[in-house]
Design a protein around this ligand. Structure first.
Ligand SMILES: [Zn+2]
Length: 151
């Protein structure tokens, strides 16, 4: 039994040592770094049980912030927006200022989670993020990104 546990730990350590954190992704809930090897859409730590059997589920915890005092919620909101800013910058660097819906999905940029979402009568949607605005054209499924003027 002991042997197996040791073996298991060894495997975990080897796995761990191969992970890199160049993209500097962090869990939106607890700020723990997320390895580059994790799926691109991962925003939270993976759910796990600690030694006492207590469940740690950052995604659920994060969504519970709605019950928390406003100041904390704002902190989370800013963290979310910072995440989107980082994702948008990364996407622009690879894809340019005109992207497809697939590109947005690949970079986990969620338009409904923008600070403000306006939908025009012609179906064009304008999502306001912290530093960028994304204008979406439903007929062509394309999205144009513009940077806000410096204030
Ligand atoms: Zn976490």
């Amino acid at each position: 039994m002991l042997y197996f546990r040791k073996k298991c730990n060894e495997n975990m350590n080897t796995q761990f040592s191969q992970l890199t954190y160049d993209n500097q992704r962090k869990c939106l809930n607890c700020d723990k770094p997320i390895a580059d090897q994790e799926h691109a859409t991962r925003k939270y730590c993976e759910k796990y049980y600690d030694q006492s059997g207590k469940v740690h589920d950052c995604k659920t915890d994060h969504h519970r912030t709605i019950d928390k005092p406003e100041r904390e919620v704002q902190g989370t909101l800013i963290r979310d927006q910072k995440f989107f800013t980082k994702q948008i910058i990364e996407m622009i660097s690879k894809k340019g200022y005109e992207v497809t819906t697939d590109d947005l999905n690949a970079y986990d940029i969620s338009l409904p989670e923008s600070l403000k979402l306006e939908i025009k009568s012609n179906g064009i949607a304008i999502s306001h993020f912290l530093q960028y605005t994304i204008t979406s054209y439903p007929t062509t499924n394309t999205h144009k990104i513009t940077r806000h003027e410096q204030q």
